[in-house]
Design a protein around this ligand. Structure first.
Ligand code: SAM
Ligand code: SF4
Ligand code: SF4
Length: 378
């Protein structure tokens, strides 16, 4: 077995400052990138801090008490985030996901949600606003988030075995509290709820079936995510990835599944429904999703942009460089100029890392210079 190498680098890589194009690009809602992919989904990281230390995301050895998190003055304010989001929506964004770090650590997040909930798509419809959380503060906050206009939540939970979960979050946080958070979200009407489970072979893969059994028939959609080579600090190794095809097989052996169609274009998860005795989808039993970012690339219809806590625009989860919008936001650029700058960046996008991964040299696919997931969010 090869040795785990955890390179010590700063997650905030050198970015290019976004430029205002000489010819303005008016938003039409139909913006396409260099490969013809539209811009539909904006993920906004509202903090780079987290109260968990999941080894696959913020390993303790790196994210320790000396780690230099962003100072408060670097963070975009809620007004600045809403202003940028407005330009993205004008270019066609229909869905906003708040993430982090742990987004519920950002104070008064409800105020941002209220502001985003007031935006309308180019067709005049409200946005689909959701949030990904580790669930630790959900019990306390679910009702207020719903009242502010949040529609749904995705909660991360890597297993039901308390010992394994406490070890994976590496801060000894109990499963029971996350389950209480999920129950509070359900009671508040923040559904349909999704539960994200990162599957690491040899660590929590034997939790796949207990998780499937637990959430079957609850209306909660379990999504099993292949452990990804994001960032440069988690010491990723291919032999710790359990391919989604194997995850599906393991569940199918005990709880028969039928494949379902994609819910929406650009959807990351492949959907599988629990089957009834006739082999048809039993809607009451519900469905699972598998996200195969390692074994099956879905770059060809990737319509997601990511905005970091300090206003860097990233065009791919595996990008090594962002586009710094903050000098424009804070430097007096007009909304038209900001929209034009975003358009020029998206039009130049040709990122498709997952499709290229297999053909990259090993030192690239184990990530020597890549932005951290806790910085740009999932
Ligand atoms: N703290 C929140 C949470 O954990 O839900 C939001 C941010 S977290 C970066 C977003 C999602 O990314 C989580 O579902 C997490 O499990 C997933 N994630 C983080 N590192 C990952 C990795 N190396 N491979 C696959 N998924 C990962
Ligand atoms: Fe925190 Fe989420 Fe990363 Fe875990 S996955 S360390 S909860 S940001
Ligand atoms: Fe999108 Fe990049 Fe992931 Fe491909 S690798 S699906 S382009 S985020």
């Amino acid at each position: 077995m090869s040795e785990r190498v955890i390179p010590l680098i700063d997650q905030r890589l050198v970015n290019t400052v976004a430029r205002i194009p000489t010819t303005p690009v008016a938003p039409t809602g139909l913006l396409g990138d260099a490969l013809g992919r539209p811009l539909r989904d904006l993920r906004i990281s509202v903090t780079d801090r987290c109260n968990f230390r999941c080894s696959y995301c913020m390993p303790k050895e790196i994210f320790d008490k000396d780690y230099a998190y962003l100072p408060h003055s670097s963070l975009l304010s809620f007004e600045e985030i809403t202003r940028v989001a407005t330009q993205f929506v004008a270019h066609g964004v229909q869905k906003i996901r708040l993430t982090g770090g742990e987004p519920l650590l950002r104070k008064n997040l409800e105020i941002l949600i209220e502001q985003l909930a007031a935006l309308r798509t180019t067709e005049g419809r409200p946005l689909d606003i959701t949030l990904t959380t580790n669930g630790s503060l959900l019990k306390r906050k679910a009702a207020a988030l719903k009242a502010a206009g949040l529609q749904r939540v995705t909660v991360s939970l890597d297993g039901l075995d308390d010992t394994i979960f406490r070890a994976m979050n590496d801060v000894d946080f109990p499963v029971a509290d996350v389950l209480e958070g999920i129950a509070a979200a359900q009671a508040a009407g923040l559904g349909p709820i999704k539960v994200n489970m990162v599957v690491k072979r040899g660590t929590n893969d034997h939790e796949v079936l207990p998780m499937a059994r637990h959430f079957k028939g609850t209306g909660i959609v379990l999504r099993l995510i292949e452990y990804m080579d994001v960032g440069a600090t988690n010491g990723w190794r291919m032999d710790e990835v359990l391919p989604s095809a194997e995850v599906v097989q393991r569940i199918h052996r005990e709880l028969p599944l039928v494949q379902l169609g994609a819910a929406a274009p650009g959807e990351t998860a492949e959907r599988w429904g629990y089957a009834d005795a006739d082999g048809k989808h039993d809607e009451r039993a519900g469905e699972i999703g598998v996200i195969s970012s390692v074994t099956q690339a879905f770059c060809s219809d990737c319509n997601r942009a990511r905005l970091s806590t300090e206003g860097q625009l990233y065009l791919c989860l595996f990008a090594s460089q962002g586009h710094d919008l903050r000098p424009l936001i804070r430097g007096g650029a007009t909304d038209e100029q900001l929209a034009s700058a975003i358009a020029a960046i998206w039009q130049g996008r040709s990122d498709r890392y997952s499709e290229l991964r297999a053909s990259l040299p090993p030192d690239v696919s184990t990530g020597t210079r890549r932005v951290e997931m806790s910085y740009i969010g999932g």
